[in-house]
Ligand binder design. Sequence first.
Ligand code: F6P
Length: 464
Amino acid sequence: MSRLVVISNRVDVPKARGVAGAQGGLSGALNSALKQNRGIWFGWSGEDVEEFTGHLHFQRHDGVTTATVDLATQDVEEYYNGYANSTLWPLFHYRIDLTEYEREFGVGYERVNENFASSVLPLIDQDDMVWVHDYHLIPLGERLRSKGLKNRMGFFLHTPWPPTRLLVSLPFHERLVDAMLHYDLIGFQCDEWLESFLHYCRKELGADVNEQTGEVTLNGHTSIARAYPIGIDYDHFMSKGETGEAKQAQQRLLSSTRHRLAMIGVDRLDYSKGLPERIDGIGRFFDTYPDRVRELIYIQIAPPSREGIGSYQDIRSLLEQKTGQINGARSEVDIVPIRYVNKGQSQEELFGFYRASKIGLVTPLRDGMNLVAKEYVAAQDPEDPGVLILSRFAGAAQQLQDALLVNPHSPDDVAHNIRIALDMPLAERKERWERMHQSVKEENVQRWTQNFTNDLAAVAPSVQ
Ligand code: F6P
């Protein structure tokens, strides 16, 4: 079996060096794939130093070796805060209004990808399979090839891929996608992002595209592009539900809502998650059904994210302002309709909170997949499951068709569906939940990892 080398911006390193490890199902799944394949995980340490040295920090934890490098402060500014999160992230989430096109961001992005390639190259053996993750590292494959690497290389994009008409607003867009076509296998979260990618390759690069097989041929090299919907680490997450911490969290929420129904949202504080729009929808529900205000309490868990970027500071103030307005207008001495928690929670606590909440509100304006939707489904009581309200613009909507699918831009649609969820009879809740649960359980992250790595192992080596 080939060894796997995973490369991503964030690496799940133990917290010993003061670095917060990547959280959630993805890191767990990659860990188990790496363990199976005796692999290495390479990326940024999360630390910044004055100058990039390429010095590798190795750690071995639970059978997995991680190798990380520190970035220069300028790299963090231009590559992470800059090109990755102020240019590509907003553009890939259809937010051309927030996209910044600074020349030095592009230069920093190229520099870090080049430095990553030089640092990881000596760690890759002849028969290893290389699997690169996400928008931070699109040109990395091309950089590795230019240094003579001949191994099979796969790339997975965790975000959406934008429509061609938006992508062409990016200076040097052809260069970016041309570089991406140096990977042998390219994975997307759902068919919509895959179709946009194939359309771009045909229309803008003049590549030879086979829509049926996903083969894209340009300059004599063929890449295969496919959809691989990511799932949660189902068994691991369910085991969290068995813990005392989960049960306590469930009880804490239930007793504090005092027989009112809890509705929950859990999101990184990011403008793509549609948080102010969601609060508008809840406000519209209260305005439209004033006699039902006392039935419901909304809990929003929103840990801050990417705080060095202005648009993230803006979204935080806007959310605080909107929450404050509704609570000001709708609170009674004994009831505050929206609880806003600005910090992350453990997986055990989240399990308990999901279980205690009869409505899960997941309404991103655009999302590659959204695993909160899947975790919410997994955590429900089979005898009395809650209702998932899900944005039709999340990748997860392709699999979770039994959720109440909404347009997150429409406060009326969100309000209307909260009303439907509140009144949904048990039989219908069960029917919808059972179908969603089956998909969440079966199409889990282990299957995702296996599907991708099996396909990567099967591609003909592109470079002899
Ligand atoms: O899913 C997109 C993503 O950028 C992941 O790559 C990352 O782990 C997560 O969001 C959190 O973002 P960040 O690494 O910028 O904190």
